[in-house]
Ligand binder design. Structure first.
Ligand code: GRG
Length: 341
């Protein structure tokens, strides 16, 4: 499965904008960021590494065009959401003790946790400074302030979502609503924000801004459920994350939440035995995989992702969007809910 071509459409502009946000900053602190973003290797040499997919800035610029705007005006907002996303990844890798991301050692595993916290936190602040550039790209003051508020609100959601995610690791009573609240905050909030910001830069029509935000929310839920599927059954070579990693870390992802809801008798006993025990073992992982198979958790999770894909489509169907961008948004949505990496 390949990335849809829309990911290439704005990539050069996104990278150029991100590079210019970091341009005047020479301390090695910023080289940790450049490493994480895939521009440098750990010794500071330039490398041709794609880093991440740049999903959030792509959605931001697409939303701006879909709303009838010139995507260049939204570039500072696109860079801001990518910086927020990457800040959250640097901190998430520290919190989860993950040694690899995007097929490379994580920032903390090279420079240590204290310096990685510095790099992540400074990156979060750079997102605010990037938004300041909206002024130069022609956005009125009111929209710049609104963009700041929206980013701050969604960042708080992100952290609340991360809080819930970590607190769920030791709980066995997570309901579907609890799970949806957690992924709404952890994942959908920033994706929705990316589209809302782009739409705001493209139009004053509140129905379009809200509609694209809603699309982003539902897309975010579908995206996270697919991520949960990959976190258990994904191919390590493709995802860059260890197979079964979410089971070892005792994450309450969709399939596991569903298993706690559905598994009865011996299946439930096996599940509880693993999740109540101390250190995860390969046998324990196999035991959980058997339970998941018995209750058909994988197809149930995919059905749920497909449901949110349909909801996302419904959210934008009636909006007056530019036809080609609306088509690109649909293509992206389906890719995200069905991807294998
Ligand atoms: C603020 C510490 C802190 C955490 C916030 C967002 C988050 C919570 C943690 C990041 C890790 C995580 C599991 C996020 C969920 C969303 C997700 C699946 C991120 C991966 O996004 P991609 O696929 O990544 O867009 P690339 O590598 O392409 O940029």
């Amino acid at each position: 499965m390949k990335l849809p071509t829309v990911f290439n459409k704005y990539r050069a502009d996104i990278d150029a904008e991100l590079k210019s946000v970091l341009a005047e900053r020479q301390s090695p602190l910023y080289d940790m960021m450049r490493y994480h973003l895939g521009w440098l290797d750990e010794k500071g040499n330039a490398v041709p590494n794609p880093g991440g997919k740049a999903l959030r800035p792509t959605l931001c610029l697409l939303a701006c065009e879909a709303a009838g705007g010139n995507y260049r005006q939204a570039l500072p907002a696109a860079a801001a959401v990518e910086l927020v996303h990457n800040y959250s990844l640097i901190h998430d890798d520290i919190q989860d003790d993950d040694k690899e991301r995007r097929h490379r050692p994580t920032v903390w595993s090279i420079w240590g946790k204290p310096q990685a916290i510095n790099a992540g936190t400074a990156m979060r602040i750079l997102a605010n400074l990037s938004l300041e550039r909206l002024q130069k790209s022609g956005a009125p003051e009111s929209k710049r302030l609104r963009a700041h508020r929206l980013i701050d609100e969604r960042c708080i959601s992100l952290i609340e979502g991360q809080y819930l995610d970590i607190s769920f690791e030791t709980r066995f009573d997570i309901t579907a609503d609890d799970y949806l609240e957690m992924i709404g905050k952890k994942t959908a909030a920033l994706l929705s924000c990316s589209l809302e910001l782009g739409a705001m830069m493209g139009t004053d029509d509140e129905a379009v801004i809200k509609g694209l935000g809603r699309f982003g929310w539902d897309l975010g839920i579908a995206f996270q459920i697919r991520d949960d599927i990959l976190g258990i059954w994904g191919d390590e070579g493709k995802t860059g994350k260890p197979a079964g990693g979410d089971i070892r870390r005792k994450k309450k992802t969709f399939p596991i939440m569903w298993a706690f809801d559905q598994a009865k008798g011996d299946l439930r006993t096996d599940l509880l035995e693993y999740y109540r025990s101390g250190d995860p073992t390969p046998n324990g992982t196999a035991q959980v995989l058997r339970v998941l198979e018995a209750i058909d958790a994988r197809s149930r999770a995919q059905k749920m992702a497909n449901y949110y894909t349909e909801q996302a489509t419904a959210a934008v169907k009636k909006l007056p969007l530019t036809a080609s961008s609306a088509g690109d948004l649909q293509e992206l949505l389906h890719f995200l809910a069905e991807r294998d990496f």
